[in-house]
Structures are given as C-alpha cells and as structure tokens.
Design a protein around this ligand. Structure first.
Ligand code: HEC
Length: 132
C-alpha cells in the first residue's frame, strides 16, 4: 500500500478515536469533580468555606491550587503554616490531606488523614475546579 492509501485508511479511524478520548477526559473530570465535591462536604466543609462571603474556621479554599501556603489575606494562620514557604500544588494538597502534621509540623489544622489515593484525587480535582 502506498503512504497516501495508508493515510486514507488510517485517518478516518484514528481521528474520531482521538476526539472520543478528549471527550472522555472531559467527562471523567466532570465526574471526579462531582464526587470530589461530595467528599469535600464530608471531610473538609465543616471547617473550610468555598464562599468568600462566609467566614470559616479554616482558610477559604477557593483558589488554593497554585496559592502560596499560609497567604490567604486576613486569615490567622499558625506560625508553622505562615512560614511554610511553598506553593499548594495538587501533590502538596494530597500529602497534606494524608498527613498534614507531617507536611507542616506545628500546623493548627486537626489531622484529617484522607489516605485513599482515589478520594485524594477526587478532592484535589474538585479544588482545582474552584481555583480556575
Ligand atoms: C477540623 C477542621 C478542619 C478540617 C476538617 C479540615 N481543615 Fe484544612 N485547615 C484547617 C485549619 C484550622 C487550617 C489552618 C492551619 C494553620 O494555620 O496551621 C487549615 C488549612 C488548610 C489548607 C492550607 C490553606 C492555605 O491557605 O495555606 C489546606 C489546603 C487545607 N486546610 C485543606 C483541607 C482539606 C482538603 C480538608 C479535607 C480533606 C481539610 N482541610 C479539612 C481546619 C480544617
């Protein structure tokens, strides 16, 4: 088969498959975000607001992905978190959920211990969705 013929045979099969993958990725994220919102309600919401108009015991988590640790304006952080000196990547938030006292010794956030990586992934996907 000449190259032109191969292209003619392959493109109609491969291109729609690529689009299908992209559509799935979007759908997966939507499902993960919805599941993450439920887990967030169960594990985090009692201390953390995601609404800037509502004060909460913990700092506001809207926009936390990509924010420097301990820097939400006006929140009375522990010295440990104020001086942590890192940025909240998705990986850092996973580590924090798993063992916040180990990541930042001296933090005043009570240990939550979300150790299931699937649950961590859902919650982080949800937090990223409210950070954009
Ligand atoms: C019992 C209350 C409580 C629960 C439950 C809780 N947090 Fe916190 N969280 C806090 C407090 C208080 C702080 C501030 C800690 C400090 O200043 O040392 C904090 C800080 C944080 C920060 C750092 C934010 C910043 O601006 O640097 C993140 C991220 C965070 N929590 C995520 C979570 C997630 C995700 C969950 C659920 C899995 C959760 N927290 C559950 C009380 C809580």
């Amino acid at each position: 088969m000449k190259a032109k013929h191969i292209a003619a045979a392959v493109i109609p099969v491969v291109v729609p498959a690529l689009f299908a993958t992209v559509a799935f990725a979007g759908e997966y994220d939507a499902i993960k975000t919805a599941a993450g919102a439920e887990f967030f309600d169960k594990e985090c919401h009692r201390c953390h607001s995601v609404d800037a108009d509502r004060a909460s015991y913990g700092p506001l988590l809207t926009g936390v992905v990509g924010r420097a640790a301990g820097t939400f304006e006006g929140y009375p952080y522990s010295d440990a978190l104020s001086n942590a000196g890192f940025v909240w990547t998705k990986g850092a938030i996973r580590a924090w959920m798993e063992d916040n006292d180990a990541l930042v010794p001296g933090t005043k956030m009570r240990h939550v211990g979300v150790s299931d990586p699937t649950v961590q992934d859902f919650i982080v996907t949800y937090l990223a969705s409210i950070s954009e």
